[in-house]
Design a protein around this ligand. Structure first.
Ligand code: ADP
Length: 479
């Protein structure tokens, strides 16, 4: 089957968050299973082109913005076994990546227009065009409206918080007029006086998915649907949740290029624990932070945004001395308010020799933290799937999470089952988080119990091999 992913991110060379990991992990697995997969993203200037292998093919075409014709091209590249297509235009739009989480409607409506024009001339003839999140939600609306009659559309929402709210002016710039859409309310936001690109994508795509079964149920309620709950209930026959996997070839402590001490579950718990300790020592030494022996390291690697429960994290990590643990927090995309508070936390932690807060997005540091930590804390207010708890499990780091969305589908509390792999709490309440951490600290104190908890998590398989079946079934149901 020929499958084209159209997205705003793909890991590792154009990554802001989990969306990038998912697009690469899923594509890699589909390719390995023999499907003809391509990933199309904007040709961001920040992409280090030397990470990609040129395939020597360039498709030139014409697109349009504000009624002006523009030259555009799609360059064929490859990353490992995955074909990557980079779309570029005369218009200098494809600078940095970091603004994607803001509603950068102007860039991505134009991206969808350019993709539409390319689809009409390319040599490829995808059976399935799989679009992701609000930046590409307009494609299933725009491409058919502009005469594209090719593949069927699958639309995956990785996070319903961002919906691409905009006005008709924004769409007229890319050549879409209200009268070209059969049902004029298609793009109308259900509550606000504006358009909603995600709503249009939900209604027009042949199939809609989100990234875990529990989140799929949650978003059909007002608490999690960000205003789209009724629309989702209305399309429930074509809407489902498929759990994300992680890319086991990339997130692999046995072959992780960023680690000096590598380890695998098959070596047994002693070797795993020793390797983790050596990684911890080396990381603390490189960061110039004193390491306290016998005390657990609690960490988080996250966007520092409210969704991730950062004020709960702040509250917890402020108690490092009272509860007796060390902390490493790697956080990106903080608001000025969050930046200030977490800078104060960093000062306090460093002064007391309890760890540090590191700012920015740092792939190498993230890998080293997953390997070095004893526990990973993720108290999200909502969590579509979450990858960091899956990565933690694979790196022998015990997750402590809020029981929501994909966290509820993947982390089993020690009180709930003998097959447990971590700790969870129900409501986003600092006291409940603290109680889970206190329980985890008690387990940590019992070496045997702790080691078997680590090893149970480490042996679980959350790779794409499992999740890819759900997507294949879905693709086959529409082509
Ligand atoms: P989201 O996509 O909502 O940010 P996920 O848990 O789905 O959250 O995916 C997060 C991905 O981004 C993981 O691969 C994680 O390691 C990575 N990540 C998050 N924050 C950072 C950071 N500050 N530096 C490096 N990687 C990060």
């Amino acid at each position: 089957m020929q499958i084209l992913h159209v997205a705003s991110e793909v890991a590792p060379f154009a990554k802001v968050g989990g969306l990038a990991d998912v697009v690469m992990g899923l594509s890699r697995e589909l390719t390995a299973e023999g499907h003809d997969v391509h990933v199309l993203i904007p040709s961001y200037q920040c992409i280090e082109k030397k990470q990609l292998i040129p395939e020597g093919k360039l498709e030139k075409f014409t697109t349009e913005l504000d009624g002006r014709a523009l030259n555009a091209s799609v360059r064929y590249m490859r990353f490992d076994n995955v074909p990557i297509l980079l779309l570029d235009t005369d218009q200098e739009y494809w600078g940095q990546l970091s603004a994607i989480y803001a509603e950068d409607v102007e860039r991505f409506t134009f991206f969808c227009r350019a993709v539409t024009d390319w689809l009409k001339v390319t040599d490829l003839s995808p059976d399935v065009i799989h679009v992701h999140d609000w930046p590409t939600a307009l494609l299933p609306v725009l491409a058919p409206a502009q005469g594209y009659k090719g593949g069927r559309f699958v639309f995956t929402m990785h996070n319903f918080e961002f919906q691409g709210q905009c006005q008709w002016d924004d769409l007229e710039r890319v050549g879409l007029k209200a009268q070209e859409i059969e049902e004029t309310s298609l793009l109308q936001d259900p509550h606000k006086r504006c358009l909603n690109l995600v709503k249009g994508g939900l209604l027009t795509a042949d199939r809609v998915t989100t990234v875990s079964p529990t989140y799929a149920k949650e978003v059909m309620t007002p608490e999690f649907g960000f205003g789209l709950e009724d629309v989702l209930v209305g399309i429930k026959d074509k809407f489902s949740g498929i759990l994300n996997g992680i890319d086991h070839s990339y997130w692999d402590p046995q072959n992780d290029e960023y680690l000096s001490e590598r380890y695998s579950a098959s070596q047994g718990h002693e070797k795993v624990c020793m390797a983790k300790m050596r990684n911890k020592k080396e990381l603390f030494s490189d960061l110039d932070i004193p390491l306290r022996k016998g005390i657990p390291l609690l960490s988080s690697v996250t966007r520092l945004v409210p969704q991730k429960g950062i004020w709960l994290l702040h509250d917890l990590f402020s108690q490092a001395e009272q509860l007796d643990f060390q902390v490493l927090l790697l956080g990106s995309l903080a608001s000025p308010e969050a930046q200030k508070s977490f800078e104060s936390l960093d000062l306090m932690l460093r002064k007391k020799g309890r760890g540090a807060v590191l700012f920015g997005s740092d792939e190498r540091c993230a890998h080293r933290i997953f390997a070095a930590s004893d526990m990973f804390v993720a108290p999200s207010l909502f969590e579509p799937c979450g990858l960091t708890q899956l990565i933690s499990l694979r790196y022998g780091t015990v997750p402590i999470v809020r029981k929501t969305g994909g966290f509820a589908d993947t982390v089993v509390d020690v009180l709930a089952s003998e097959d447990s792999n971590g700790f969870s709490f129900s409501q986003p309440d600092p006291l409940l988080l603290q109680k889970s951490v206190v329980r985890a600290l008690e387990w940590y104190g019992d070496g045997e119990r702790w080691r078997s908890l680590i090893m149970r998590g480490k042996r679980q398989d959350f790779s794409w091999r499992h999740s890819v079946g759900g997507y294949m079934k879905l693709y086959k149901s529409i082509v």
